[in-house]
Design a protein around this ligand. Structure first.
Ligand code: MTE
Ligand code: MO
Length: 382
């Protein structure tokens, strides 16, 4: 065997060895059920129990979680955040230095871009969310623009690249989780990006990014980099996996796609009555039932919420509460309904100031991103 053959054999062996570890992204075959792999992801990355929509601020442990790889082992005593690249003064800040700066708190509703994915047909094979990948928290930290002003962003910088301490392999690409924002988005006054060290007044829990994470109000979850260790200002756009390959709206594998950014409008309802353990079908008694839930959009304020008790044939306007939590938090809504014996399908839809209402049919793309098709709740009144 000559050298060329040996190289070919080694490459083939490496391919065979790598293939089962990290397969390409794919869409499920027609009628293909949820796999053990998807179940394993669903068990690690839990959603918000929908009855927890009753709280303005999601209590600890009930906020959804999405972790691509493992929650990293962290030593807070030696943790530093490095700010470098196209800056005049590179900075290395420990947690005490960050906590010494004036703190800011923003109430932010965060939603995973893949929320709703498991209801799509055909189903993109990934974390199989139904509708519950959402939560709202009070995040406290230092405005990113304060830190970037301190470091002095060079005029030729175009992006800030954020890297987390977690490491894994995804569709064949080994990586530290990383995402970028343009300098304009990273330094905007509104929405103001935070380097956060507290969630709901307590240190970040391990699964939510302890000891530091980015908070990008109005944006889908993937932008809120957890376990943040490094911010690099670059003079070229970031081409990392989570920016250039994942989180793009694609109709086919070779479609370059548009980037996923801000949260599309959505309303969710607290399932009324009580559930059947297995099917989750709801049972309500005949008579008045209060329908309520939350509505949000990361693009523009929610202007209207409507409910339907006949699967979207007829709609009534719900009462929308004032935006007490600020512009980046969900709003409470409620509407009365008189239940009559029989089966009903309840649904709700939000419209925002950009005039976009939630669709009744699926907005399909290969990643299953930003699919804000309305929630449907089958109810039996008896
Ligand atoms: N470092 C790092 N940051 C990350 C992720 C991750 O896997 N690693 N997941 C992202 C995704 S896809 C989402 S939806 C949010 C989820 O944040 P939460 O778990 O605090 O709700 O974190 C984002 N930040
Ligand atoms: Mo996500």
């Amino acid at each position: 065997m000559d050298v060329t053959d040996a190289t070919a054999v080694t490459a083939a062996a490496a391919d065979t060895a790598a293939a089962p570890v990290s397969a390409p992204g794919r869409v499920a075959d027609p009628d293909e059920g949820i796999s053990h792999e998807e179940l394993a992801l669903a068990a690690r990355n839990h959603g918000l129990p929908l009855e927890a929509l009753r709280y303005d601020v999601t209590p600890p442990g009930l906020h959804y979680i999405l972790v691509h790889y493992d929650i990293p082992a962290v030593d807070a005593d030696t943790w530093t955040l490095r700010i470098h690249g196209r800056v005049r003064t590179p900075l290395t800040l420990d947690l005490a230095a960050l906590r010494a700066l004036p703190p800011v708190t923003h109430r932010v509703t965060m939603e995973c871009a893949g929320n709703g994915r498991a209801r799509l047909d055909p189903r993109p094979v990934s974390q199989p969310w139904l509708v519950e990948a959402v939560g709202t928290a009070d995040w406290t930290g230092v405005p990113l623009r304060t830190l970037l002003a301190e470091a002095g962003v060079e005029p030729d910088a175009v992006e800030a690249v954020f890297t987390g301490a977690d490491h894994g392999v995804e569709r064949g690409v080994e990586q530290d989780y990383g995402r970028s924002l343009t300098v304009a988005d990273a330094t905007a006054a509104d929405p103001e990006v935070l380097v956060a060290y507290e969630m709901n007044g307590a240190p970040l829990p391990p699964q939510h990014g302890y000891p530091l994470r980015l908070i990008v109000p109005g944006w889908y979850g993937m932008a809120h980099v957890k376990w943040l260790t490094d911010i690099e200002l670059t003079d070229t756009p970031f081409t990392g996996f989570q920016q250039a390959v994942a989180y793009r709206f694609r109709q086919s594998p070779d479609d370059p796609g548009e980037p996923v950014t801000r949260i599309a409008p959505r309303a969710l309802m607290i399932p009324p009555g009580f559930p059947d353990f297995m099917s989750r079908t709801r049972v309500v008694r005949p008579g008045p039932v209060r329908l309520e839930g939350r509505a949000w959009s990361g693009r523009a304020p929610v202007t209207q919420v409507e409910v339907s008790a006949d699967d979207g044939v007829s709609w009534r306007t719900a009462e929308l509460a004032a935006p007490e939590g600020g512009p980046w938090a969900w709003r409470h809504w409620h509407a009365p309904w008189t239940a009559t014996p029989g089966r009903h399908v309840l649904t709700v839809r939000a419209t925002d100031a950009e005039g976009t209402a939630q669709p009744l049919t699926q907005p399909w793309n290969r990643g299953g991103f930003a699919n804000n098709e309305v929630q449907r709740i089958p109810v039996v009144c008896q």
